[in-house]
Each structure stands twice: as structure tokens, then as C-alpha cells.
Write a protein that binds this ligand. Structure first.
Ligand SMILES: [Cu+2]
Length: 169
């Protein structure tokens, strides 16, 4: 297009009125072309930027309550306490140490510390049914996909007291 134009103006060069007309015309045509080039440059800049942003997992992981990240969100389940392993206490907390009450559906890595030989940590709901055994004292990981619905974590021998619930939306 640009080339065709250059040829045209050279051809009509002798006629100055024509030439100036053409130059004006050329200016007017150049402007949209310039804009188009600028947009292209912008698009290229954006194109260069966005992969960087998306490729930065550190930006996504801390906020990773979002299942969209495709990475499992870490939760912590504990039965017993460090100070008193046999204490009738069961907890499920999120990455900030807050008790879990609601969660978005997605993949979760539940890091379980079963501190007591008298208790177990049992997570169930939907298609999930994961547990430690009562006698074992162990650190275990449950990799689970939580779907919308109600979930319960409990110690089976003491389910009346050692129980908690949360919902997945
Ligand atoms: Cu128990």
C-alpha cells in the first residue's frame, strides 16, 4: 500500500497542485496507518506483558483460595494440641490460620497432624472420605477435590464433641 503510493506520487510529480493534493492525501492516509502501527505496538507490548503476569505464580499462589489457579490450596487439620496431644480438640484452618467455615470449590491439600493415639482426623462430605486411624500418630496429607456442599471433620470416637463443619460453594 505504501509502495503503491510512492509510485503514484512520483508519477504525478510534475504537477505540483496534484502533488500537494497527493501529499495531503498521503498525510491523511499516513495517520490511520500510524495509529494502526501504534496500536500494533501497544498490542505487542500488552502481549509481552500479560504472559509475564500470568507466568508469575507467586502472584497467584498466596491468594490461592481461588481454585482458578489450578493449584491445590493448603489447609491444616489438627487433632489434639501440641501442648496436650490427647486434648479433645480438632481444628481445620486455612492458610492464614483461621478456622475454615466456607471454601470455594476446588482442589485442596489438607495437611493433617494427628497428634494423638486416642483420636483420629476424619474428613468427609460429597465424595470425600479421608481419615487417619485412631491409634496412629502421624502427619498425613489428604489431597481432595471439594465440590459444593457440606463437609464435616471429626474424631470418630468422640464425634459428639470433636466435630466441625464447613460448606463449599
Ligand atoms: Cu477423639
Amino acid at each position: 500500500m505504501r509502495h503503491a503510493w510512492a509510485t503514484k506520487s512520483r508519477l504525478v510529480e510534475p504537477d505540483h497542485r496534484y502533488l500537494s493534493f497527493l501529499q495531503e492525501d498521503r498525510l491523511m492516509r499516513k495517520l490511520p496507518l500510524g495509529l494502526a502501527l501504534a496500536s500494533l505496538a501497544l498490542a505487542a507490548a500488552c502481549g509481552g506483558d500479560s504472559p509475564d503476569t500470568t507466568a508469575e505464580p507467586t502472584e497467584i499462589e498466596p491468594t490461592a483460595a481461588s481454585p482458578a489457579g489450578g493449584q491445590a490450596t493448603v489447609l491444616r487439620g489438627t487433632v489434639g494440641t501440641a501442648a496436650d496431644p490427647d486434648a479433645p480438640v480438632i481444628t481445620l484452618t486455612d492458610g492464614s490460620g483461621q478456622p475454615v467455615t466456607t471454601l470455594p470449590a476446588g482442589q485442596y491439600q489438607v495437611q493433617v497432624s494427628d497428634l494423638s493415639a486416642k483420636h483420629n482426623f476424619h474428613l468427609k462430605g460429597g465424595t470425600v472420605d479421608e481419615t487417619t486411624t485412631v491409634p496412629e500418630v502421624a502427619d498425613t496429607t489428604f489431597n481432595v477435590t471439594l465440590e459444593p456442599g457440606g463437609y464435616t471433620f471429626l474424631c470418630d470416637p468422640h464425634a459428639a464433641k470433636m466435630v466441625g463443619q464447613f460448606s463449599v460453594t
